[in-house]
Design a protein around this ligand. Structure first.
Ligand code: URA
Length: 196
């Protein structure tokens, strides 16, 4: 996670996925909020409209937020990649390296107290303490979902709550019971007066 001195936005925008996408998807919600949700990458709908989580996965995320009593005013939502990979393929390691400095810039500005990482990519990025080359060797979301971890990330104390990606529960209905349990954890963690 070294600081190359290169403008992180220019670095991300120089990638092929950014040159070929319709819209760069930066985020939505309240940039001053204490809770940050981080997904993987924009899909087709997000690319069309320039906003994260507005497709089917977005509907699940909206439900999650409603269940735990959060509105877009209480949170900010962004992704590991700011542009849609073709055919929604998985992010490439070089893309993650080129795009996460932008995410880090967002985190430095926002200073969130809680990060809900949605799915494997966002979760492994934080478990690897931002070292992209170490993401592969981290435990996957199936092992760590719902397990709260206090991070020391960029000198910030952050409560990490790993969650299944909202798209995963569309394709694997057996995850719903696990998802519901995780929602109880999110509710409990954000109900604490001091988030960390
Ligand atoms: N999936 C994501 O990870 N992010 C989005 O913005 C939409 C779908």
């Amino acid at each position: 996670m070294e600081d190359s001195g290169i403008d992180p936005i220019a670095l991300a925008k120089a990638t092929e996925i950014c040159k070929n996408c319709k819209n760069v998807v930066i985020g939505k919600g309240n940039e001053k909020a204490e809770i940050l949700f981080i997904g993987e990458a924009p899909g087709r709908n997000e690319d069309e409209q320039g906003l994260p989580f507005i497709g089917v996965a977005g509907k699940n995320l909206d439900k999650l937020l409603e269940e735990v009593g959060l509105s877009l005013n209480d949170i900010y939502i962004t992704n590991i990649l700011k542009c849609r990979p073709p055919e929604n393929r998985n992010p490439l390691i070089d893309e993650i390296k080129a795009h996460t400095p932008w995410l880090i810039k967002q985190i430095k500005e926002m200073k969130p107290k809680v990060i809900c990482s949605l799915g494997n990519y966002a979760t492994k990025f934080f478990l690897a303490n931002g070292e992209v080359d170490k993401m592969d060797s981290q435990l996957g979301i199936t092992s760590v979902h719902g397990k709260v971890k206090i991070l020391d990330f960029l000198g910030l104390k952050i409560k990490l709550i790993p969650l299944f990606h909202p798209a995963a529960i569309i394709y694997n209905r057996t995850l719903i019971a696990e998802w519901d349990k995780d929602m109880e954890i999110v509710k409990k963690e954000i109900a604490q007066k001091s988030l960390i």
